[in-house]
Every structure is written in C-alpha cells, then in structure tokens.
Write a protein that binds this ligand. Sequence first.
Ligand code: GUN
Length: 306
Amino acid sequence: MDSKLLSGKIVAQSVYRNIKKQIKNLNEKNITPGLAVILVGKRSDSELYVRIKQKKCKELFINSFLYKFENNVEEEEIIKQIELLNNDQNVHGILIQLPLPNHLDEYNILNKVAIEKDVDGFHSLNFGNLAINSNPLYVPCTPEGCLEMLNYYNIDLEGKHVVLVGCSKVVGLPAALMSLHKEATVSICHIKTQNIKNITRMADILIVACGVPHLVKNDWVKDGVIIIDVGINRMDDLTKKRGYRLVGDVDFDDVYDKVKYITPVPGGVGPMTVAMLMKHCIQYIVENIEEQCVQNLNGGNYIESI
Ligand code: GUN
C-alpha cells in the first residue's frame, strides 16, 4: 500500500469476484438466491440504502423483494409478512431496514426472522452467539466489513487498542465484540463518555460510528493511528451541483497528517457493508447445498426447507 487510504471499493471488488463464482455454481443447480427487504416509512436515508442494496442484488443476479409499509403500520402486519418470508423457499435472506418507527418493538420484530435467514445478524440468538464467540450464523454487516477490510490490508488486531466511538447495535457494539474476539484491547466511547479525547488518543485503531459529521479532529488522535470512519453524513456544499457532499464522522483533512491509514467517505466502509450483505445472502445456501437441493418430480432442483 503506497497511500494512506484503505479502499472499501477495492476490497469489496475482491469479495464480489468470489460471490459471482458461487452464484454461477448455484445457478447451475437452478438456484437463484433471494433477499427480502422490509422498509417501514419514508426516511430518505433508509430508502437510499435499500436502493443501493437492490441495485447490487440485480448486478449479481440475486432476486430482491421489497416490502414497503406505511409509517403507522401495526406490528402484527410486519410480523405476518416476516412469517411468510420465513417459509418462502425463494427467500434466503430477510433484512429489516433500521431504524424502525418508535411505536414498533424492534427487538420483537428482529427476533421473528428465522435465524438462518437473519442476514443482518440482529436476531438475539445470532447476536448472543457473537457475544460469546460461539459461531453465529451471521454477524452484522458493517462491523464485519470493517474487520474484513483490516484483514485485507494485513492489519492485525491482536494486542492492539481498538477504540470505538459509538455503541449502536448496528456497528459499535458488534465491532467491539468482534475486535475483542481478535484479542484486541477494546474501549467503547459513547455520548455520555467523559474526557473522550483522552480515550480516543490511546487508540491504535479508531472505529468511529456515531453519526456526527466531522466530530473527530486532529487532537482526538495520536500519531500513527489507523482510522475506520463508518459515518456517512450530508454536509451543505454549494460548490456541488446537488448542494451537499458526503462526509464521515472524522474530519478527514484535519487528521490526515497524523494517520497511518484511514478509510475515505465515500468509498470506505459503505461498499463493504453491501458486500457483506451480498455474501450473507448466499452463505447459508452454499454451506447447506446438499440438504437444500432435492430433486423435484420434474427433474429440476429446488430449495426445500429454507
Ligand atoms: N440501518 C443502517 N445500517 C443498517 C444495516 O446495516 N442494516 C439494517 N437492517 N438497517 C440499517
């Protein structure tokens, strides 16, 4: 690596090369992977993320099925849909786009997804198995993408001090658990953390996922730090045709002289999240191909039980 940039785009491409080969194998057995997405309400960020995921599915010949619900939908209606998808042999992954509106019980809804279709890894059983390092079927895509990127660039976590800024279920908390299982020393900072800079300045690897544009500045980090910036925020920029640009939670220009490596925004963690999701969409079929494929009466193959 001759630059300081850790490119998620490049790492994602290498993931896709592998996925494409596996999908070709599945197609030869008359299997087309399928991802179902449940989207509640009209948040523009969620709609955008869902469009990106669907576009990638299309590119990879993964079927994608979108179920949209009004913001005021009853919880029972979503659960009914999840149960149908759990039993649908054409659906191999179910993703509930988060966040859900406040009146819905996120925990209850996520736990209705069949664990072998829980491609986000948010079911309590998968998340609990991640916590105790006991073979979860899936782990959350974004932190998995962060660690996959570090691995690709031969950055070892063992014995390193990994500091998280943000403790969400989607990124910070699972990233902390995964880092711990790689034998890192882990500190988790959040909105109530006092003297946060004293902690972030100790980081060998700083993973920032708090949703605050340009929060992390030069004096938050030590020389030689490796920064993974998970944030994707809009910042007004009248020099751009669309009136804004995307920035991370880290002030990239401000910290650049101090970092050993840093992920850019866009082009860093974002592409890795999608790549991990696509990998998850085929993982269970690939790992269980023998049991999944049974000869049907017409001589074709079909997926029997997932
Ligand atoms: N909202 C923001 N990130 C994610 C994600 O990785 N998965 C889901 N389901 N919702 C999200």
